[in-house]
Design a protein around this ligand. Structure first.
Ligand SMILES: [Zn+2]
Length: 356
C-alpha cells in the first residue's frame, strides 16, 4: 500500500504537473535577431513563436500570438531589449495563434504596418471566420472534456495518463481557456501590406526578404529570410515535434514548397512551434513525409481507390516513429495533425478539390 507520505508527494507532484510553465524563452540568433520560443510543454501548439529583428532604427517582428495578453508579454520582452519602435509585423499566415495578437502590436505602436499574404483577407473572411465561430461554439465543451480527462487521470481510451500527456493536457486546458476568454472581444487586424510572391524590406543595413514559396501549411504561407544571417523564419511550414499538415494545408504542394525552402540554404530555422533548429534534418524529414503522402495518394487516386481505401493503404508508421518515437502523446499528435487530416486533404486535392 502506498504510504501516506508517498501519497502526499504524489498529490503534490500531480498538482505541480497541473501548473503548466508559461511563457517563452528569448534566444539571440545573430546581431539584433532574437527568437522568442514558446516553452509550454509539447501539446496542441496553442501559441506561436515570434522573431524580433532589431534594425538600425526600427524593429521588424515575425508573427503575433494567440491572444492580446500573450502578445503583450512578448511586447514587454521586446521592450526589455530595445527602445526602437516596431515598424512592421509580418504574419506568416492567418491562423489565430499567429494573428489575433496583431491589435496589441498596434496598440503599442499605432503606426505599425502588418505584412501578410494577399490571400489573407479572403482566408480570414472565409475559413477563418468559420474556424473562429467553431471555436466559440465548441471550445467551451472541448475545455470541459480536457478538464474531465485530467481529473479522471485517464486518456480517451481509458488508459492512465502518463506524465507527458498529463502536462500537455494541463497546459492545453489553460491555454484554451485563455484563448476563449479573450477571443470574443478580439479585434481582428488585417494586413496593410500584401505580398503575392516576395517583398524585400531594407531597414538600415539589413535586408529582410518575405517570400511566398508555395502552398503548404496553408495556401498562403510566408517565410521570412535573412540572407546575410542565413536564418529562415518558417511559420508553420515547419513545426516541431510533429508537422502540421492538417486540413487547411495543401499536402500535394507541401514537399515542393519545402524543397524551395531547403534550397535557400539556411543554417538556422525558426519554426512556428518548437525549438530553434540548427540544421535542416527536421525540415528534410517533413519534406520526405509530405512527398510520401503526395505519392501514395496520387497512386491511390490512379487506382480509383475511395477515400476509405486510401486511408487504409497509406502507411505512415515509418514517419510516426521518426517524429514521435515511443511517446504516446507525440504519436497521438502525429495522428491528430498529420495522419488523419492530411491523407484526406491530399485525396480531396488530388481529386480536384481546392484546398481552403
Ligand atoms: Zn501555429
Amino acid at each position: 500500500m502506498r504510504s501516506f507520505a508517498a501519497g502526499l508527494a504524489f498529490l503534490a507532484a500531480a498538482a505541480a504537473a497541473q501548473e503548466p510553465p508559461r511563457g517563452f524563452e528569448v534566444t539571440p540568433l545573430a546581431e539584433g535577431v532574437y527568437a522568442v520560443v514558446r516553452r509550454e510543454p509539447v501539446g496542441m501548439m496553442f501559441d506561436a513563436n515570434n522573431v524580433f529583428i532589431v534594425n538600425d532604427e526600427d524593429v521588424v517582428v515575425v508573427d503575433a500570438n494567440a491572444t492580446a495578453s500573450s502578445t503583450r508579454e512578448t511586447i514587454a520582452a521586446l521592450r526589455a531589449i530595445t527602445t526602437k519602435p516596431v515598424r512592421f509585423v509580418i504574419n506568416t499566415h492567418w491562423h489565430f495563434d499567429h494573428f489575433e495578437g496583431n491589435a496589441a502590436w498596434r496598440d503599442a505602436w499605432p503606426g505599425v504596418e502588418f505584412v501578410g499574404h494577399a490571400a489573407t483577407r479572403d482566408e480570414l473572411a472565409g475559413i477563418g471566420a468559420r474556424n473562429r465561430a467553431g471555436m466559440l461554439e465548441f471550445g467551451p465543451g472541448m475545455v470541459e472534456a480536457l478538464r474531465r480527462r485530467l481529473a479522471a487521470g485517464r486518456d480517451a481510451k481509458g488508459d492512465p495518463l502518463d506524465a507527458e500527456t498529463r502536462a500537455a493536457l494541463a497546459s492545453d486546458t489553460a491555454q484554451a481557456e485563455r484563448y476563449l476568454g479573450e477571443t470574443k472581444s478580439a479585434r481582428i487586424v488585417v494586413p496593410t501590406i500584401e505580398v503575392r510572391d516576395s517583398l524585400v524590406l531594407r531597414r538600415g543595413g539589413r535586408t529582410i526578404e518575405v517570400l511566398h514559396l508555395g502552398a503548404g501549411h496553408t495556401r498562403a504561407d510566408l517565410v521570412v529570410w535573412l540572407p546575410a544571417q542565413r536564418i529562415a523564419v518558417t511559420g508553420d511550414l515547419v513545426a516541431w515535434p510533429v508537422p502540421l499538415i492538417g486540413n487547411t494545408a495543401a499536402p500535394l504542394d507541401y514537399a515542393a514548397t519545402l524543397e524551395r525552402l531547403l534550397a535557400l540554404g539556411a543554417g538556422v530555422f525558426v519554426p512556428g512551434h518548437g525549438p530553434v533548429l540548427r540544421d535542416d534534418s527536421h525540415v528534410r524529414l517533413v519534406a520526405r513525409l509530405a512527398a510520401a503522402i503526395r505519392d501514395h495518394v496520387r497512386a491511390a487516386i490512379a487506382r480509383g481507390d475511395s477515400l476509405e481505401e486510401t486511408r487504409k493503404r497509406v502507411d505512415l508508421e515509418e514517419f510516426r516513429r521518426a517524429f514521435a518515437g515511443d511517446s504516446k502523446l507525440r504519436r497521438s499528435l502525429f495522428d491528430m495533425y498529420v495522419a488523419q487530416p492530411a491523407v484526406e486533404a491530399a485525396w480531396r486535392q488530388a481529386g480536384g478539390a481546392k484546398p481552403d
